[in-house]
Write a protein that binds this ligand. Structure first.
Ligand SMILES: Cc1cc2nc3c(=O)[nH]c(=O)nc-3n(C[C@H](O)[C@H](O)[C@H](O)COP(=O)(O)OP(=O)(O)OC[C@H]3O[C@@H](n4cnc5c(N)ncnc54)[C@H](O)[C@@H]3O)c2cc1C
Length: 398
């Protein structure tokens, strides 16, 4: 893999998809955002998002990774990653609506595999068509990295369950029709088993006993988080995903894949920051009227930034290629998530530094990207948790 801020692909299908995606992102979607006055500080509504879900579906991007029977093109992980990277690099506010990250098929993840016919018809096929949307609710105020300490509890009641609990940081909650909620079974594993047992449920957000509250606003400034508050909320047995007790496996299923697939989005944002920074160093004049890039100290900074980006990108695509060939890349996925997050943070910090006061000014894209990328050291598993996973993997290697 060579270094490039605008990668090209030899494989004709991927080359065609990337070209079509770039056209859409830079053309129609950019126009849509401009016409509606959508910026990174906008409070987005479902009315802003839904037309983009539908249009992206018409163009074949929404759910493109899914098998053909769900209207997708059965992309390899490497192909999906390349598209996700383009979206991250595009700077589009609504980029997360194009492949289905914001409430769509990518947020539902592997759930499709566990769905019954009823669940497919009522929830997941409408989701794939961009007609319904979901959020994923695992985290609670006192249960983050240690999700098994969650307090949300499901009690069997007739032909269903009563669920009580308070989930926080459910991304896409403000736009969602239903949530994928993981709850602790009130009677442990059943059969007198005292080990905690967890189940996953599809919960309509307009069910009696369910409230969707404005969630905390993270440092990115986006209003895309909700709290899901459940008080004796009845959920029919038909909405149980998989079997009782399989909730954590379903929720965390394909974690290796998901962990790797978060990396290209961040690589894309980093690529965008590098691009903006190089542009800035060429045009910003300093002492004696020379451009910033003429200064050796600045040259060294951009050299370090580009090198870290190349390393992060190379390892991510190497791991993705191994995953596509069927290899077990558990440890490598931890390594990629760790290195992509940490290197992106260092790169964005230097990008802000090189932009000077502009990089510290709200409304400047680099300032936004710095805040956005900083979150990735915590989201989808903190850097410390990745290191725990790597160390565990190394112990197995010896
Ligand atoms: C913007 C945003 C969006 C999110 N979206 C969702 C979502 O859609 N759905 C959802 O369910 N959740 C979501 N989350 C929650 C996210 O997954 C958690 O924030 C994350 O798992 C970390 O949990 P925590 O914040 O409670 O940190 P904590 O678990 O409290 O950790 C605090 C610190 O302690 C360290 N630490 C904790 N345990 C260990 C350990 N065993 N070893 C070493 N260090 C440790 C951590 O690395 C961290 O530095 C989101 C969070 C944010 C900020």
């Amino acid at each position: 893999m060579t270094f490039s801020l605008r990668p090209t692909y030899d494989e004709p299908r991927l080359a065609g998809l990337v070209a079509a995606l770039r056209d859409y992102l830079d053309g129609e979607l950019a126009d849509y955002e401009r016409e509606r006055g959508i910026t990174h500080t906008s409070r987005l509504t479902r009315a802003d998002l839904e037309p983009v879900w539908r249009r992206s579906r018409e163009l074949g991007f929404y759910g493109i990774h899914l098998p053909e029977e769900f209207g997708g093109q059965a992309l390899s992980y490497t192909e999906l990653a390349a598209l996700k990277e383009e979206i991250g690099a595009s700077g589009r506010v609504l980029g997360h609506c194009v492949l289905g990250d914001m409430g769509g098929p990518l947020r539902a993840g592997d759930i499709l595999r566990h769905a019954t016919e009823h669940q497919l018809d009522k929830y997941l096929l409408p989701l794939v068509r961009g007609e319904r949307a979901c959020c994923f609710s695992l985290t609670e105020a006192d249960a983050g990295s240690d999700v098994r300490s969650m307090r949300t509890t499901a009690v069997r009641d007739g032909d269903g369950y009563r669920i009580t609990g308070h989930k926080v940081f459910s991304s896409a909650g403000p736009f969602a029709d239903f949530a994928i909620v993981v709850a602790r079974m009130a009677d442990g594993g059943g059969d007198g088993d005292t080990k905690p047992s967890f189940s996953a449920f599809l919960i309509d957000l307009d069910s009696p006993g369910c409230r969707v509250l404005d969630g905390a606003t993270p440092m990115s400034g986006e209003h895309i988080e909700s709290d899901i508050v459940l008080q004796d909320c009845f959920v029919p047995a038909a909405n149980l995903l998989g079997q009782e007790g399989e909730g954590m496996r379903i929720a965390l299923g394909r974690v290796t894949t998901n962990r790797l697939l978060h990396c290209p989005t961040v690589l894309g944002a980093t690529r965008r920051a590098l691009d903006l920074t190089l542009d800035r160093t060429r045009h910003r004049k300093v002492a004696g009227g020379q451009p910033l890039l003429a200064l050796q100290s600045i040259q060294h900074k951009v050299a370090d930034m580009a090198t870290e980006f190349y390393a992060a990108r190379s390892m991510t695509y190497a791991a993705l290629a191994a995953l596509d060939s069927g290899a077990d890349v558990r440890t490598e996925a931890f390594m990629c998530k760790l290195f992509v997050a940490e290197s992106a943070f260092r790169i964005l910090d230097e990008a802000v530094q090189i932009h000077g006061k502009e990089g510290l000014t709200q409304g400047n894209e680099v300032e936004y990207l710095f805040r956005k990328v900083r979150m990735f050291r915590v989201l989808t598993g903190t850097s410390e948790i990745q290191k725990n996973g790597i160390a565990k993997g190394l112990a197995f290697l010896t």
